[in-house]
Write a protein that binds this ligand. Structure first.
Ligand code: LLP
Length: 387
């Protein structure tokens, strides 16, 4: 063992691969359960987009949470993992007909609708089946979040949601359609948010909207505030479990829920981020003119976050206790952006050393690609190395 890693058991296992600490995942789920359980009518639908590995889905399903999906493929993965259909919600700006039909056939909890055009198509498809689709409207609250520009979603300039000023009109249109039933409002302002003020700003905006709707006698059953709670990428070992108390308390302090109203959350990263690790080996150490490269067998095809968002992942050499040396840690892909970190201190590296990139459980394996005709990385959980 080094850290939490059964490195002896990793011998002979083809790298790169994802290693999920299932105990940490279960502890994280238990922490969520404890905190969310303190608030009446709070409910989590895990954001499957963060990680849809069937072993991970199974553990989350066993913990009793629902699922937030953004495609037919995700809905199917959740049904296969045993999530009850009425615990599945479905969002996305561009739902295809087959995906809507899948949701209708399975009788999912509700569709998070993002435009009038989509609402009309859902109504038509539901009519053809003699069904009524439950719909919730994704409202763009025009709230900025302190996070990377590529992962902020709640600004008017983003493609997501229905503008606040159009909200009442859309609800009126829905009321005139026979095969849709309005059940709630949906919001999501971005991801990797660490400042609770961003969430309290969202609460303020929702409070205003609710008052407006109430004045018109419009009842909202569910408020869905999306996900977005960040994790500590800088100190994953010291902070393996996010501060869920602070997060849920922020909502309970700032959001005025009406009696009987339900509050839905769609956390992804905060659930699975810290339990996942990308395990890779050093292929070569290359001394260049001005710097030294540690060339790994994992690349941006296995973990694209550093290349795409300049994201930081802590890196550690699991095979060496030698003195620290400075490396640019890179992958084998034919792209200059295939860099995990520049000027990074690692225990001196040698060919074959096992390296871990931490905090890779969210948006890691699921965003892997086959670019350069590479194989997709396999995902293992602790139990896979038990014997
Ligand atoms: N709900 C909606 C409507 C979303 O768009 C998202 C994430 C979530 C929930 C879950 O957000 P979370 O709790 O995980 O922050 N690939 C990027 C993150 C993209 C997030 C997209 N939407 C990354 O690697 O940082």
């Amino acid at each position: 063992m080094k850290g939490n890693f059964p490195i002896d058991k990793f011998k002979g296992v083809r790298t790169p691969f994802y290693y999920y600490d299932s105990e940490l995942l279960r502890n994280t789920l238990a922490a969520i359960k404890e905190e969310i359980g303190k608030h009446e009518h709070y409910h989590l639908h895990y954001a499957v987009k963060a990680n849809a590995n069937p072993k991970i889905l199974k553990i989350i399903k066993e913990a009793g949470f629902g699922a937030d999906c953004v495609s037919g493929g995700e809905i199917q993965a959740c049904l296969d993992a045993g999530f009850p259909a009425d615990e599945i919600v479905y969002a996305g700006v561009g739902k295809s007909d087959w995906e809507i039909n899948l949701g209708l056939d399975a009788e999912i909890a509700y569709f998070n609708v993002e435009s009038i055009a989509e609402l009309e198509v859902i109504n038509e498809l539901a009519a053809a089946k003699g069904k009524t689709a439950r719909v919730s409207f994704r409202i763009n609250p025009n709230v900025g979040a302190h996070t990377h520009a590529n992962i902020t979603t709640g600004l008017a300039e983003n493609k997501f949601g229905i503008a606040m000023e159009d909200m009442e009109r859309v609800i009126q249109i829905a009321a005139g359609l026979e095969h849709v039933a309005f059940v709630g409002l949906h919001f999501h302002i971005g991801s990797q948010i660490l400042e609770m003020e961003d969430f309290s700003t969202l609460c303020g905006r929702i409070n205003q909207l609710q008052e407006k709707l109430e004045a018109q006698g419009i009842e909202v059953k569910n408020i869905n505030v999306g996900g977005g709670l960040g994790i500590d990428y800088q100190h994953p070992v010291d902070h393996p479990i996010p501060d869920f108390k602070d997060y849920f308390d922020t909502y309970s302090q700032h959001l005025n829920l009406r009696p009987g109203q339900h509050l839905h959350f769609e956390l992804g990263r905060a659930v699975v981020g810290q339990c996942g690790n990308l395990i890779t080996r050093v292929l070569y150490v290359k001394q260049a003119t001005t710097k030294q490269f540690a060339i790994l067998d994992a690349g941006m095809t296995d973990l694209i976050r550093p290349a795409l968002y300049q994201a930081y992942h802590e890196i550690e050499n699991l095979s060496s206790d030698e003195e620290l040396a400075v490396y640019d840690v890179v992958g084998p892909i034919c792209e200059s952006s295939d860099v995990f970190a520049k000027g990074y201190k690692l225990n001196r590296c040698h060919r074959g050393d096992l390296i871990v990139l931490r905090s890779a459980g969210a948006y890691g394996e699921i965003m892997a690609s086959k670019y350069n005709c590479r194989e997709l990385p396999v995902g293992y959980v602790t139990e896979d190395f038990a014997s």
